[in-house]
Design a protein around this ligand. Structure first.
Ligand SMILES: *Cc1c(COP(=O)(O)O)cnc(C)c1O
Length: 380
């Protein structure tokens, strides 16, 4: 049977070792073996994020992790600054606004990223803000926001908590919350971490940990203090039943990502994205993100010639290539293809050939040469 390709930006194709790990027999989440597994995962997450601060693991999708961050750090009467350049930035602010906190919204158009200067200006005008919300990788447009530069542009003294949505960056794109000076980083299992959906993650800085005790969390299930109480140093546990199979899978996925060091993995995903984008452009597809520095290593957004994006998606789907479309105002106008999975040049060529065929360019082979030249890691 012909291979099918899952190109949606979550869930993504998981490596075989991850699928096999997930199918193992279950264990009690109260036994020593589970505690050891959890502890091992914590160590691998610390290596990935280059930080020893705790990462709470929740049975939830990425949205749950964002909600957890919001309900633990914001409440009625607080003010937050929200930087958004797309659907997911807008979602994070909506979640935050549900706590009753008041948002100051800084918007940037689709395909671009909020600027460090705009963030600094918003903080100057709202020095009483308790938090700044920013999306590291805006999945709806394929933009990676320069979070590090944004934080660098803010005063170090007395600055608000920096809450980062890293749902579609962590695992695939360098994200170093401690080094960058972020305070809360949320992510999920099914994108850069190449694990089935169902796990949410909340990393916390020392400043965030210090800010917790003064807050009564209105959520029982998402109470970070309760989760942290169960995590080490002696034993690692979850206050409620965790999705045990997903912990097996996550552990295997982290082994894949860390095998040659996380940075080598990120570099490979970057090369893949660059090669993929160059070949698409050569075929006549138009990339949404014109500033190459902002192009995501995880997901690429583009449109087909002659406004045929939806028709192209449909014909690709019939061939077994499942892409995502535009969201919000971009509905019907975009094709989004992710590349978080551990694909080599052979798989990229399969995918590119399908994109060529969908616009009647089957006989042209230049785009494949372009892709090979950039993605030099072909070992087959
Ligand atoms: C996918 C995504 C989310 C939502 O995650 P779910 O797991 O679908 O709840 C939030 N933010 C970003 C940036 C995402 O890509």
């Amino acid at each position: 049977m012909k291979k099918k390709y899952l190109l949606t930006p979550g869930p993504v194709e998981a490596p075989q070792s991850v699928l096999e790990a997930a199918s193992r027999q279950l264990m009690s989440h109260r036994c020593a073996e589970f505690s050891e597994l959890f502890k091992g995962i914590a160590g691998k997450l610390h290596a990935l994020l280059e930080s020893d601060s705790p990462v709470v693991i929740l049975p939830s999708s990425g949205t749950g992790a964002l909600e957890c961050a919001a309900v633990n750090f914001l409440r009625r009467g607080d003010k937050f600054i929200s930087l958004s350049c797309g659907v997911f930035g807008d979602r994070f602010r909506e979640i935050a606004a549900r706590t009753g906190a008041r948002g100051v919204y800084v918007d940037t158009e689709a395909g671009s990223a909020p600027s460090p200067a705009a963030a600094a200006a918003a903080l100057r005008e709202n020095p009483d803000a308790r938090a700044i919300l920013v999306t590291h990788n805006e999945t709806s447009t394929g933009v990676t926001v320069p979070v590090r530069e944004i934080i660098d542009a803010l005063p170090a003294e007395g600055r608000p908590l920096i809450l980062v949505d890293g749902v579609s960056s962590v695992g695939a794109i360098e994200c170093l919350p401690e080094k960058w000076g972020a305070d809360v980083l949320c992510t999920a299992s099914q994108k850069g971490l190449m694990t089935p959906p169902g796990l949410g993650f909340v990393w916390l800085s020392e400043r965030a940990l210090a800010a917790l005790p003064e807050r009564e969390c209105p959520s029982y299930y998402f109470d970070l203090k309760l989760h942290l109480k169960n995590m080490g140093p002696g034993s690692y546990a979850n206050p409620y039943t965790p999705p045990v199979s997903l912990y097996y899978a996550l552990n295997a996925a982290l082994d894949v990502i860390l095998a040659d060091g996380a940075r080598a993995w990120f570099a490979k995903r970057r090369l893949y994205a660059d090669a993929f984008a160059a070949a698409l452009e050569e075929l006549g597809y138009e990339l949404l993100v014109t500033d190459k520095k902002l192009r995501s290593a995880g997901v690429t957004a583009f449109s087909a010639p002659n406004g045929a994006s939806e028709a192209v998606r449909k014909s690709l789907s019939a061939e077994g290539f499942e892409t995502a479309g535009g969201q919000g105002a971009l509905k019907g106008k975009l094709i989004r293809a992710s590349h978080y999975s551990d694909w080599e040049i052979g798989e990229m060529e399969d995918i590119l050939r399908a994109f060529a065929g969908a616009i009647g360019k089957d006989s042209d082979e230049n785009y494949l040469r372009t892709a090979r030249k950039i993605f030099k890691t072909d070992k087959r």
